[in-house]
Design a protein around this ligand. Sequence first.
Ligand code: SF4
Length: 323
Amino acid sequence: MREFGYVRAATVAEAIGLAAEGPVAYLAGGTNLVDLMREEVERPRRVVDISRLPLSAVEDLPDGGLRLGALARNAHVAADDRVRRRYPVLARALLRGASPQLRNRATVGGNLLQRTRCRYFYDLGAACNKRAPGTGCEAIGGFDRGHAILGASESCVAVHPSDMCVALAALDATVNLTGPEGDRSVPVSDLHLLPGDTPQVETVLRSGELVTSVDLPPWPPARGAYVKVRDRASYAFALVSVAVLVQVHEGTITLARIALGGVAPKPWRAYAAEELLTGAAADERTFGAAAEEAVVGARPLRHNGFKAELARRLIRRTLVKLS
Ligand code: SF4
């Protein structure tokens, strides 16, 4: 690990002020950043420790929604009674991520901003446009079983590894940010960028910006599920995961949300499938059509063609179960 400067910020304003002086890496739970620094994939010259900032509360919002502090631990959020009752899809997604030890350390903000687990990204001897722009992408033509089938580019085919983000995308959550230029909010579905020609730019965050919280809007009583398929029963990233929310009234679908994980560089909202479902009869034919629609445009690599079929089956089966 390279030498770096370390400062612990006492307030949000102090953290932002330090970032305004020059590039920093914010350290919260450290479950991803410390690994990246140890492997020298990331080499920040200054680390600002934000772990003691007062951003860990889970609070009711006046409109009936819920605010998750950026430093709330994943385990704490999953166990919160309001999350379990009002947003069970989120609680389930959190509990399917990582291990109990990691969930006790990892924070909401860190989970949002965690970096890909593409093996070539962590291998300093491999060509990787995300780690070293312009060097190429060793995953293309390499071992690509876990990589993207949707939203990728010729520069990068990595997937976003988070389970939590998939549930947040389905729930229409909003990310609150603060930085040297002030405060702003971004829908979680707009937070992560597709790689295009610049896979090293992963989010819309500006220099020095800090995630302060995530807002969940009040939700109508829809039924929901988070289903994750992985190589082993725990402590593994998704091959494909799906967050589904659906509301059915007298046989007609009145609300539908579908987000996919493990298939794209960002949590992947299946908007066209949602549109197809809304107002349609809640039957197998509709569910099959929606499942097909969700993976339109998929471009499998050499070893991951199974992901499209897996996603279709997961969506169809989950919709049948929920309706
Ligand atoms: Fe790097 Fe992306 Fe290629 Fe992986 S898929 S090697 S992260 S450029």
